[in-house]
Design a protein around this ligand. Structure first.
Ligand code: HEM
Length: 458
């Protein structure tokens, strides 16, 4: 099955046309030739940017010399009112310290402690969906997965379900914030002079302020519980009680609020996007839907999650075709020579899971949804050189293990309870918002499976 692509993949376009396309949608602006290029240059009147698809270049920038290619400030501009000085935006010594405190909470052994909360969120999602669909109806899947992924984050981070008043207020405010946000990576490509108002529209700022007030309240309450010895053992407690092994410092309340904002944003937007596309792909490929359903018969508690190998392959293949973070941007701190081309200082370097994962010289049938490729020895090199949905190197996503536990678990839990089918004339078209979403949502027909498979006993 060929996975749906963005509408236009123009081959030769003028810079002006490219900019226009970008404003409409970053993914459909990508010319066909970039899916076979090792490197490409975009000259703008204000700066240069380069797309790096060559695996050796990607390694240089992300793995071998990451300090020479810090995160570009252009990306942070739109997110700073919400994320403050969070680990997603910082560079250098501040970033290193933040990762030293955060990373231990996501280590493999400790991750297992988050599984029961993920399981509870999965059960709640299934109950909500069954309630919504009755005997069968059309549903918008992104809405469902956003709700479920937000629930996972609140339960794992603060031990509260999405129905909690504060959790629900944060969730709804985030949705408003997202709607007010234009395309995340725009500023890295399109030459907007500094004086052009971009991201900080007043409603975005006000929304960010409201979210931060709510999160501050949650964090303060947690600090009181930690001091009183009554705090639950969840991600927030683990992070707030970890001290930097080098300086002995723990996060202050303000520092923790910044991190909570990024955990919520990075952790729920991305997982919701991936799960929605996975469900769409399973609806469109019934063979894989029934393979997952069968495998899920063995799923009796969160501990069984590690047995979901088919579900994991489907989820990996989904992350290949629809990487939630389609592109990342770094900045050259000094002149470089890449593939015999001179790269000036301050050039913007675009690392693109979107292009790499569909690169015609690195994958067989790149646009085809085929989870079986994950078990084939001949895929090894493509996976090593051209697969990075979580980025790579020291700045790799700290939540990758968490997401790879959550995604397949929720996918299996939903599919064993609900049968999905595509709707004629409603093929979703991917577009880049904060993550890769469908232009008009993902609409599927959903009907309940046999009653005994959905009794939710676990
Ligand atoms: C399918 C789900 C996810 C995907 C595809 C994903 C992908 C990514 C990518 C590509 C980056 C690097 C961005 C860049 O360098 O510009 C990143 C960073 C990050 N992610 Fe994730 N992520 C996912 C889930 C999560 C979860 C569940 C959490 C936390 C609970 C999380 C927390 C973070 C944080 C804190 C960073 C910033 C790390 C840093 O800059 O040092 N992510 N993620």
């Amino acid at each position: 099955m060929i996975a749906p692509k963005p509408k236009s993949r123009p081959d030769r376009v003028s810079l002006w046309r490219y900019m226009q396309l970008f404003r409409r949608d970053i993914l459909s602006a990508q010319p066909e030739r970039l899916y076979r290029a090792w490197m490409a240059e975009f000259r703008t009147p204000f700066f240069r940017s380069y797309l790096a698809n060559d695996p050796a270049l990607v390694r240089t920038i992300l793995n071998d010399r990451p300090a020479d290619f810090p995160k570009s400030n252009r990306i942070g501009e739109g997110l700073r009112p919400l994320l403050g000085n969070s680990v997603f935006l910082t560079n250098g010594a501040t970033w290193e310290k933040q990762r030293r405190i955060i990373d231990p909470a996501f280590e493999r052994g400790r991750l297992a402690q988050s599984l029961p909360a993920m399981w509870d969120a999965g059960q709640a999602m299934v109950a909500r969906v069954l309630d919504q669909i009755g005997t069968g109806t059309e549903v918008e899947i992104e809405e469902i997965t956003s709700h479920a992924a937000a629930d996972v984050i609140f339960r794992t981070l603060f031990s509260i379900p999405i129905e909690d008043d504060t959790a629900s207020a944060v969730f709804h405010e985030f949705r408003r914030y997202q709607r007010a946000q234009p395309i995340l990576n725009l500023a890295a490509f399109v030459p907007l002079p500094k004086w052009v108002p971009r991201f900080h529209a007043s409603d975005t700022k006000a929304s960010a302020r409201r979210i931060r007030t709510l999160i501050t309240d949650l964090t303060r309450r947690r600090m009181t519980e930690i001091d009183a010895g009554t705090a639950p053992d969840d991600l927030a407690t683990r992070i707030m009680t970890t001290r930097d092994p080098e300086t002995g410092d723990a996060f202050t309340i303000d520092e923790m609020v910044d991190q909570v904002a990024i955990f919520f944003l990075a952790g729920h937007e991305t997982s919701a996007s991936a799960l929605a596309w996975a469900l769409y792909l399973c609806a469109a490929a019934p063979k894989w839907q029934s393979a997952i359903t069968q495998e899920a018969g063995e799923l009796h508690s969160a501990k069984d999650a590690k047995r979901l190998t088919t579900s994991r392959d489907v989820f990996r293949e989904t992350l290949r075709l629809y990487p939630p973070v389609p592109m990342m941007v770094r900045e050259a701190t000094k002149p470089e020579t890449f593939r015999k081309r001179a790269i000036p200082k301050a050039a913007q370097l675009v690392l693109s899971p979107w292009h790499l994962h569909r690169h015609t010289r690195m994958w067989d049938d790149p646009d085809v949804f085929d989870p079986s490729r994950w078990q084939m020895p001949e895929s090894k090199q493509s996976i090593r050189d051209a697969y990075m949905p979580f980025s790579t190197g020291p700045r790799v996503c700290p939540g990758s293990g968490f997401a790879m536990a959550e995604g397949p678990l929720l996918l299996s839990m939903l599919l064993r309870a609900v049968e999905l089918a595509p709707i004629d004339g409603k093929t979703p078209e991917p577009v880049a918002h904060l993550t890769v979403r469908a232009r008009d949502g993902i609409w599927l027909h959903a009907s309940p499976r046999r009653a005994q498979a959905t009794d939710g006993s676990g």
